[in-house]
Design a protein around this ligand. Structure first.
Ligand SMILES: [Zn+2]
Ligand SMILES: [Zn+2]
Length: 350
C-alpha cells in the first residue's frame, strides 16, 4: 500500500454565501480512536449537493467550512486505536448517521435519529482524496463490485428503502414512477426486477437523456409535456389503474397526477423532497382507500442490500455513472444541475 500523503485536494463549502465553494488543498485528516481513514475511490454528486452549494433553505445547520460529498466508496488505509474494520477493506459510509443508542437507532431507523449527523453537511464528506468515518457507520463492499461502482450504494439504498421496504411490489404490480432522476431510475429498475409492470413519467427536459436511459433499463416511458398522465397510463396498462406510484420528482403536478390516477387500494410512496407545499382533497384518496407513504433515506441494512444488488449486476453501473476528476467537481455539479448526466461520480485518483 502506498504511503498516506499529508496533503490532499477537497471540494469545500467555504462560507454560507451561495456558491462560495472551491477545490482546495487540505490536510489529510487523522482518524480518531474509533475512526477509519478511507481513501476515496469514487464519490457521487447529487441534487442535495447543489442545495448545499447554493446554501438553500433547509441547509442552515451545515458546518462551515465543510468538505461536501455523501455518496462515496473507498479503501480503508488507516485505523484509529478502537476502530473495528480492517485496513485494506473496501467500504461505503452511511450518509445519515444516527447516535446508535436511541430507540430509533436501535429499531433500525437510524436516519430518523434526533441526533443524526449527515456526511458532507455536518462532518467532512467524500469529495476529497481522503475522509475519516467512525467505523460503525461503514458497510463492507462485497466481492465482485468495483470501488467506484460501489459509490452507487448510497442512492440505491434510498431506492431500496422506498421500493423494497416502504412499498409492497410483487410480480405484475402496475407501478408508475414520476421523476427519472437517479433515485427514480433506480426505483424503476428495482420495481422492474421485482416483476412489476413499470411506467416512468418525465417531462420535456428528460427526453434527451433520462427517459431513453429508463428504456434501456427495461421500462416503458412517457413524456408528460406531450401527453396527459391519464393517457400515458391507459396506453401502458389499458383499463387498469396503477397499484403503486413512486413519486421521485418533487414536482407538485406529479403529486397531483398520483392523487388523480392511483387505483383503489393503491399506494403512493413519496421519495422526493419538495420546495413548496402540496394541496390535495382528502376524499380523493379516502374513498379509494389509498395508502400515502413517505420514504426517507436509508439505514445500514439497506446499504448492505444495495451493495449486494449492485454486485449481482442489477444496475448497469458503467452506463449509470459519468466520471470526473476531483479538480473538475465544479463541472460535475454544473452537469448535474443541467441534467447532462444520469449520475456524476468524482474519482479522486482518476
Ligand atoms: Zn445524494
Ligand atoms: Zn439515535
Amino acid at each position: 500500500m502506498n504511503a498516506i500523503p499529508t496533503r490532499m485536494r477537497g471540494f469545500r463549502k467555504l462560507s454560507r454565501r451561495p456558491d462560495d465553494v472551491a477545490v482546495v488543498d487540505l490536510d489529510v485528516p487523522e482518524p480518531g480512536p474509533d475512526e477509519l481513514l478511507v481513501e476515496v475511490a469514487g464519490c457521487g454528486v447529487c441534487g442535495s449537493d447543489l442545495h448545499a452549494v447554493h446554501a438553500d433553505r433547509g441547509y442552515e445547520s451545515m458546518r462551515i467550512p465543510v468538505v461536501l460529498g455523501h455518496e462515496f466508496a473507498g479503501r480503508v488505509v488507516a485505523a484509529g486505536r478502537d476502530a473495528t474494520a480492517g485496513v485494506g477493506d473496501l467500504v461505503v459510509a452511511v450518509s445519515i448517521q444516527g447516535c446508535g443508542g436511541c430507540v430509533r437507532c436501535q429499531g433500525g431507523r437510524s436516519q430518523l435519529c434526533a441526533d443524526r449527523r449527515i456526511l458532507g453537511i455536518h462532518t467532512d464528506g467524500g469529495l476529497a482524496g481522503y475522509v475519516r468515518v467512525a467505523s460503525r457507520h461503514l458497510v463492507p463492499v462485497p466481492d465482485g463490485l468495483g470501488p467506484v461502482e460501489a459509490a452507487l450504494a448510497e442512492p440505491l439504498s434510498v431506492a431500496v428503502h422506498a421500493v423494497l421496504e416502504r412499498t409492497s411490489i410483487t410480480p405484475g404490480t402496475r407501478v408508475v414512477v414520476t421523476g427519472p432522476g437517479p433515485i427514480g431510475l433506480l426505483a424503476a429498475r428495482l420495481a422492474h426486477v421485482a416483476g412489476a409492470e413499470v411506467l416512468v413519467l418525465g417531462t420535456a427536459a428528460d427526453t434527451a437523456l433520462r427517459l431513453p436511459f429508463a428504456e434501456r433499463l427495461g421500462v416503458a416511458t412517457a413524456n408528460l409535456s406531450d401527453v396527459a398522465a391519464a393517457e400515458a397510463i391507459r396506453s401502458r396498462f389499458g383499463a387498469a389503474a396503477p397499484d403503486t406510484w413512486l413519486e421521485a420528482s418533487g414536482a407538485v403536478p406529479a403529486f397531483g397526477a398520483a392523487v388523480g390516477e392511483i387505483g383503489p387500494g393503491g399506494q403512493i410512496t413519496v421519495i422526493a423532497q419538495y420546495a413548496s407545499p402540496v394541496e390535495f382533497f382528502v376524499p380523493d384518496l379516502l374513498r379509494r382507500d389509498v395508502t400515502l407513504a413517505f420514504s426517507y433515506a436509508a439505514n445500514a441494512a439497506a446499504y448492505d442490500t444495495a451493495l449486494r444488488l449492485l454486485a449481482t449486476g442489477v444496475v448497469p453501473t458503467a452506463e449509470f455513472q459519468t466520471r470526473y476528476a476531483l479538480d473538475d467537481t465544479p463541472t460535475a455539479l454544473a452537469d448535474v444541475a443541467a441534467g447532462r448526466v444520469v449520475k456524476a461520480v468524482v474519482v479522486p485518483g482518476g
